[in-house]
Design a protein around this ligand. Structure first.
Ligand code: ES4
Ligand code: ZN
Length: 327
């Protein structure tokens, strides 16, 4: 119907996509074959059948295993190009891609290999598909501050290829404060700052992401609704929340989509956006996320759809001059 058409057809920006989470089982098997990597699943179907998650950690274990087929720059380029083609089909015109260098450097794949493949894909996305994009390097929060600093050091020769840094992986037990000094250094370097907070972790982690890390956007942040004072702050400062509805249901943050709080976040004046997170694992890309959310939450209207699209551009790290060219 009309609302579905609007959701699908409207131009949008994606701000929360882990590029390693866009690896479809078919591509995992193809890259495993190309690279001579053996997988612990016999088939595409068996791998896909293992995508039944109970929480964030149960997902992360299988997500890190899937990334083990990525060895060459061409693998990273192929992975990102497959994502960009899907994004184009969903009328995504700008994308900010998270990548997890530590997942790869820990396996002996160099930082240069990772960034070279991804940068090539970003250039091709612009040339072949008309999608602008940038890269956000994430630190794995279950690893140490020292390892994060070492990763930042490895990134320095490629500083101009990175728009910002983020913080992802296991949230509980790894509060933002653990990376206060790393983020202070990144801030001095002029990098944009984001962090996952309030996905499984408490509202206190959203507070410390803002006040200790000084992030500009919160990834997820859905548990902020448990703290009314935090909600007022997020609304007043228009701090963007990159919400990922299908992810939240797959990882049991909400039992069903009809319990999702996206409508509440928008109606309380927060700059919420809709994103796919790890689309190959969570059952859909951008438009699947929009359609599933609007189908489950009848209070969401065309006005909310426009608001979400506008928020995604407002919240992006595109510079002001390029933003005004969009309008
Ligand atoms: C992630 Cl859903 C989610 N949360 C935290 N870290 C992640 N890395 C990839 N997907
Ligand atoms: Zn995420």
């Amino acid at each position: 119907d009309k609302l579905h058409h609007l959701l699908r057809a409207m131009p949008k920006a994606e701000l929360h996509i882990h590029i390693e989470g866009s690896l479809e089982p078919e591509l995992i098997f193809a890259l495993a074959q190309r690279n001579g990597v053996s997988l612990s699943y016999p088939s595409v179907e068996a791998l896909r059948a293992a995508y039944a998650f109970t929480d964030l950690q149960s997902f992360l274990d299988i997500y890190y295993a899937g990334a083990s087929v990525l060895l060459k720059a061409q693998d990273f380029e192929d992975m990102a190009m497959a994502y960009f083609r899907r994004a184009r089909a969903d009328n995504v015109v700008h994308a900010e891609l998270f990548f997890d260098p530590q997942t790869h450097t820990a396996r002996g794949v160099s930082f240069e290999t990772v960034i070279t493949g991804l940068t090539h894909a970003c250039a091709r996305a612009q040339a072949e598909l008309g999608i602008s994009s940038s890269l956000i390097m994430c630190f794995l929060r279950h690893l140490s501050e020292e390892e994060a600093f070492a990763t930042l050091e490895e990134a320095m020769p490629f500083r101009s290829q990175i728009v910002g840094v983020g913080l992802d992986s296991s949230e509980r037990g790894h509060p933002p404060e653990k990376f206060a000094r790393v983020f202070a250094k990144c801030r001095e370097l002029g990098l944009h700052l984001v962090a996952h907070a309030g996905e499984e972790g408490p509202p206190a982690y959203v507070w410390s992401a803002l006040d200790v890390l000084k992030v500009e956007r919160i990834d997820h942040g859905v548990r902020s609704v448990e703290d009314p004072v935090l909600m007022q702050r997020l609304a007043r400062e228009r701090v963007p929340l990159t919400v990922c509805p299908l992810s939240n249901v797959k990882l049991c943050v909400f039992k069903t989509m009809s319990e999702h709080n996206l409508a509440t976040l928008l109606d309380q004046g927060l700059a919420a956006t809709v994103n796919s997170d790890d689309p190959a694992y969570f059952g859909g890309y951008m438009n699947d996320n929009f359609v599933a959310t609007f189908d489950a939450l009848p209070q969401l209207t065309a006005r909310h759809a426009y608001q979400l699209a506008a928020n995604s551009f407002e919240a992006s790290f595109v510079d002001a001059a390029a933003k005004s060219a969009w309008k």
